[in-house]
Structures are given as structure tokens and as C-alpha cells.
Design a protein around this ligand. Structure first.
Ligand code: GAR
Length: 193
């Protein structure tokens, strides 16, 4: 793991693919005095991502990247280095980053996932959790490695599943926890150094 030294605010990039409510929440968090991060640039693989509105609204630069094109990824690496980005937060980012990319930012990429990892990696998490009659679910923030929704866990939050829960209600209840867990995890990373 690379040391993230907490002088001033850490230049951070948030990667999104869609709705972006975690991005919205991280922007709010970044503006707090006790927040160790400053969000300099938002990256999306999807030019129609709703979440880009939150970047625009808050005057944060954003860039659309086609992650299937090596040239675009190289250009992205240059942009991130030029902006001295020290932390990348994946927030509903649905592309798998290449080994090379992860190597370039080793120990500096974190992700949030709506399950109690290592259980239920991948998509349709809440549906699968309910199908399996789980009693508990939750969310996890973890360091990113080359595998999907894998890597050292930073923090997890567990919640009870109610009999009346469906995919929609569970998604909303877990999201609410995600909004608390992501900032807490960022604070934890910086407190550890
Ligand atoms: C969140 O629930 C996040 O945990 C999940 O996508 C949603 C994005 O919502 N991420 C993953 O499933 C990653 N494997 P948002 O765009 O409103 O933040």
C-alpha cells in the first residue's frame, strides 16, 4: 500500500458510470472542514451518466473516457498525474480497470459495493441476496485490485433484512448506509497514516 500523506487536502478523482448519488455525497463530504479530500476531477465511461450533473453543478472538471481504447486510458493517466491525483474513488463505476491502470495507482484506488464482501460480488446484488433468503446484508468499502469487487476491506456496515424488504427497499436502505460508510472509510485511510 502506498502512503497517503495527509498534508492539506488530498487531490481526489471520482469515477462514475451512472446515477452518481455517491458522487453527490462525496462532493458534500469533501466540502467539510474535517474532510481529507478535495475532488478535482470526475471521470465517467458514460457520457450520459446522470451523475455528471453533480460535477457540473459544483464546478468540478469532468472527462468522458472510452475504457476500451488504450490511447484514452493513457491520456487519462496523464490527466490524473497532471492533477496530482492521490486517491481514486470508484462510485458506481461499472467498468473493470486494467491491471496496468491499477498498478499505476497501487493502493490508491478504493471502491464501494452494496454487499457484505466477499459475498455477492458483481451486479444484481440485492436481488441475489433476497433470493438466498439472507438475514443480513450491507455495504463494503475496499481497496481495488485486479479482480472484480475484491481487495482489502476498509470498512463494512451490516444491516438486517426485514420480511417486507424487496429489491427497491433494500437498495434504498443500503444506499443510505453507503453515504455514511464511504466518507468514514476515507477518514479511516488517512487516520491510519
Ligand atoms: C451503489 O449502490 C454502489 O455501491 C454500486 O452501484 C451503486 C451506484 O449508485 N456499486 C457497485 O455495484 C460496484 N460493483 P450511485 O451511482 O447512485 O452512486
Amino acid at each position: 500500500m502506498v502512503k497517503l500523506i495527509g498534508v492539506n487536502k488530498i487531490n481526489t478523482s471520482v469515477f462514475i458510470s451512472g446515477r452518481g448519488t455517491n458522487l453527490k455525497n462525496l462532493i458534500k463530504f469533501s466540502k467539510k472542514k474535517n474532510s481529507p479530500i478535495k475532488i478535482n476531477i470526475v471521470i465517467s465511461n458514460n457520457k450520459k451518466a446522470y451523475g455528471l450533473r453533480y460535477a457540473k453543478k459544483n464546478g468540478i472538471k469532468f472527462k468522458i473516457i472510452d475504457f476500451s481504447k488504450k490511447r484514452e486510458i493513457n491520456n487519462l493517466l496523464n490527466v490524473l498525474n497532471f492533477n496530482n491525483i492521490r486517491l481514486i474513488c470508484l462510485a458506481g463505476f461499472l467498468k473493470i480497470l486494467s491491471k496496468e491502470f491499477i498498478k499505476s495507482f497501487k493502493g490508491k484506488i478504493i471502491n464501494i459495493h452494496p454487499s457484505l464482501l466477499p459475498k455477492y460480488k458483481g451486479l444484481n446484488t440485492h436481488y441475489r441476496v433476497l433470493e438466498n433468503n439472507e438475514k443480513f446484508t450491507g455495504c463494503s468499502v475496499h481497496f481495488v485490485n485486479e479482480k472484480l469487487d475484491d481487495g482489502k476491506i476498509i470498512l463494512q456496515k451490516k444491516i438486517k433484512i426485514f420480511k417486507k424488504d424487496n429489491v427497491k427497499s433494500l437498495k434504498m436502505r443500503v444506499l443510505k448506509e453507503e453515504y455514511k460508510l464511504y466518507p468514514k472509510s476515507i477518514i479511516k485511510i488517512f487516520n491510519n497514516y
